[in-house]
Design a protein around this ligand. Structure first.
Ligand SMILES: Cc1cc2nc3c(=O)[nH]c(=O)nc-3n(C[C@H](O)[C@H](O)[C@H](O)COP(=O)(O)OP(=O)(O)OC[C@H]3O[C@@H](n4cnc5c(N)ncnc54)[C@H](O)[C@@H]3O)c2cc1C
Length: 387
């Protein structure tokens, strides 16, 4: 057994993938998790016979072959493909806006709008709304203004608590109008949910003789910092891989980091189906952003029962009863500058690796988190070989 020991803070996908790779390379790994369960934000559990996601709906999708191959060692994906709909002016339409949305929202002008779109953007699968707004055509202007206001602006201002003029144009530029009847939300090669669930997948990844997991343990209470080292028991031989927020690690030495949070309210309903798709957006609702019906994504066959999750955004505050999870880092310069101070400070510790969605203070999808974890595992092992 190798002498060096790895201490991993956080049992999300970043932490467990690194743990597994280091364990397979012959290192002892201890994982500390402050929650009472493993799996980070991908944690799922059964409620009334239906698998639900405690921290919001998680749909895996990737075009990365390495990520797909790695995860296939531990899970088998179901055939779910995400289709999102939303209530706009009390009409249920596909989101992002496609030709079917146009048919429903503009019954009198639909043919003309679709023809104009095809004329201005021939052979294109979609067009970003900002590009569409530049076209000198009265009907398309009216159309793009409507879509921008009703499908995007209401949702985004509520999600981020911003005024319309505070929304960054780079975000706006990306909303696509789909120039066909295609209604699947993602464009990746692989998509689905693990048939046995995320938590069961994590159990498989962690099932290795070199890995020990300690839940209900906030690492902040047991980590020590001395000189240029961070450790729990053995200053000389421990390496720490930290996947939590840096302000917490350094006890708010600079400023608290800012996040947008979400509150999920789960409800069991005694009917077989609540909505047609897994996710329905509510851009017009003053409070809720979307409702997820979990059965529609886990593809479980349960009669006369379904579980839905209503999602409400709010400002993160660890003392709040509703918005106490740091979900989305704010995308402002001010927020990023605060983070950069911590990032620079962390460099002082020579046996510390900072990673994961919170460590990086960056929204990343699961596949990106897995890819980063695979890359970092390789980097750590290369560094160990040099010692
Ligand atoms: C609402 C929402 C929906 C999402 N939907 C999707 C989706 O559909 N598809 C997709 O690909 N991605 C989705 N994501 C992104 C996905 O959740 C992340 O990519 C992934 O969970 C990142 O894993 P991680 O290990 O980096 O972080 P996390 O999953 O956050 O894990 C970090 C872990 O560290 C623990 N921790 C933190 N501090 C300490 C401490 N001091 N001591 C001990 N433990 C600590 C935390 O408790 C947590 O368990 C979504 C994210 C959100 C917020």
């Amino acid at each position: 057994m190798k002498k060096r020991k790895f201490i991993i803070i956080g049992s999300g996908i970043t932490g467990v993938v690194i743990a597994r790779n280091l364990a397979e390379a012959g290192f002892k790994v201890d994982i500390y998790e402050k929650r009472n369960h493993i799996a980070g934000n991908m944690y799922d559990y059964e409620k009334d016979g239906i698998l639900i996601h405690k921290y919001g709906p998680h749909i895996f999708h990737t075009s990365d072959e390495e990520v797909n191959e790695y995860m296939n060692k531990f899970w088998k994906l179901n055939k779910f493909q995400n289709i999102v709909e939303g209530y706009v002016n009390n009409k249920l339409v596909p989101i992002p806006c496609n030709f079917k949305s146009i048919d429903i929202l503009f019954p009198d002008k639909a043919e003309q709008i679709k023809n104009n779109l095809k004329t201005f953007f021939p052979n294109q699968p979609n067009v970003p709304i900002l590009e569409l707004k530049k076209i000198d055509n009265e009907l398309l202007k009216e159309f793009s203004d409507f879509i921008y206001k009703n499908l995007f602006l209401n949702y985004t201002t509520k999600m981020w608590n911003l005024k319309p003029d505070e929304i960054d144009e780079s975000v706006t530029a990306r909303i696509p109008i789909i120039l066909s009847y295609k209604n699947t939300y993602f464009n990746d090669k692989y998509e689905g949910l693990p048939i046995d669930g995320y938590t069961k997948t994590f159990e498989k990844i962690l099932n290795h003789e070199n890995i020990n997991v300690y839940i209900n343990t906030d690492a902040i209470n047991i980590l020590k910092m001395e000189d240029d080292k961070i450790f729990i028991d053995d200053k000389e031989n421990e390496v720490v891989i930290y996947t939590g927020p840096l302000d917490k690690l350094f006890k708010n030495k600079f400023d608290q980091l800012d996040y947008r949070s979400l509150h999920f309210e789960f409800e069991t309903i005694n009917q077989t189906k609540f909505q047609e798709t897994a996710v329905v957006n509510y851009p017009d609702d003053p409070i809720i952003t979307r409702i997820t019906e979990y059965k529609n994504m886990t593809l479980q066959n349960v009669e006369n029962k379904t579980v839905i999750g209503k999602e409400t955004p709010g400002t993160y505050d660890e003392k709040s009863s509703k918005w106490n999870e740091p979900y989305y880092p704010l995308a402002t310069d001010e927020a990023r500058n605060k983070y950069n101070k911590y990032k620079d400070f962390a460099k002082k510790y020579t046996n510390l690796y900072v990673c994961g969605r919170m460590g990086l203070y960056k929204y990343i999808n699961m596949d990106q988190a897995i890819k980063n974890a695979l890359d970092l595992s390789k980097e750590i092992l290369e560094n160990e070989n040099k010692k």
